[in-house]
Write a protein that binds this ligand. Structure first.
Ligand code: 13P
Length: 251
């Protein structure tokens, strides 16, 4: 079976001001090439509409970094998936480890947000990943499997949801797992998706955590790695585009 088309996603996190966001988006758009992997940028909420305007018809998708589970209502400070769709988002990241840690989001909350994204016609990117203590305790596979089981809605399909494996200890640290460690977790994620969903083989499973141009080719060539979720290196257009260029061809 051929690999799904790779997705190279930039999670800008809480970085940049409006001028920097639009300049970064313009540079990514200028360097985007049709026929390569799918490119996605996920700016902070206040920049979404402006970034969408800058992207125009370039082959770069727009995503957000979180959403509320409900479509509307008395939820001060929150943003619904429907609102994100209105401003041009196609994707929404849910369950990032920084939200799980900073905002106490557990698997049920993440699943509700993923369902909200799907309800609004967005593709949720559901993040899972173990801490260093969990890895050192030999629990990485079990933790990821439990997060996957608890966070992915039953109605998900390969076309409507993306999974991202982000080991917490690799995020923003410059440390990456070995190719063998990535392969082990991604194989487990694939097996669980295949066991649960008829189109399990076609789900895109991204790797995230200290991806940069220098290690992208190795990480993206690992079996069952269908793209990358990039943090710090996505804040530089050249670096982000170089990561995209490192994606294996023909998928
Ligand atoms: P870094 O690429 O900065 O390690 O961040 C990864 C990440 O958390 C992407 O969502």
């Amino acid at each position: 079976m051929s690999r799904p088309r790779a997705l190279i996603a930039g999670n800008w996190k809480m970085n940049g001001r409006l001028a920097e966001a639009t300049a970064l988006a313009a540079a990514v758009a200028a360097g985007a090439r049709a026929g390569g992997p799918e490119l996605l940028v996920c700016p902070p909420f206040p920049m979404l509409a402006a970034v969408k305007g800058v992207l125009g018809a370039a082959p770069v998708s727009l995503g957000a970094q979180d959403c509320h589970a409900k479509p509307a209502g008395a939820h001060t400070g929150d943003v619904s998936a429907e609102m994100l769709g209105d401003v041009g988002c196609r994707y929404v990241i849910v369950g990032h480890s920084e939200r799980r840690a900073d905002h106490g989001e557990g698997d049920a909350a993440v699943r509700a947000k993923a369902e909200a994204g799907m309800r609004a016609g967005l593709v949720p990117i559901v993040c899972v990943g173990e801490t260093l203590a969990e890895r050192d305790a030999g629990a990485a596979l079990a933790i990821v499997a439990a997060q996957l089981a608890g966070s992915i809605p039953a109605a998900a399909t390969a076309a409507t949801l993306v999974v991202a494996y982000e080991p917490v200890w690799a995020i923003g640290t410059g440390r990456t797992p070995t190719a063998a460690q990535v392969a082990e977790i991604h194989a487990k994620i694939r097996a669980d998706l295949v066991a649960r969903f008829a189109d399990g083989p076609a789900f895109r499973v991204l790797y995230g955590g200290s991806v940069k141009a220098a290690n992208a080719a190795e990480l993206l060539s690992v079996a069952n790695v269908d793209g990358a979720l990039v943090g710090g290196a996505a804040l530089k257009a050249d670096e982000f585009l170089a990561i995209a260029a490192a994606a294996p061809k023909g998928n």
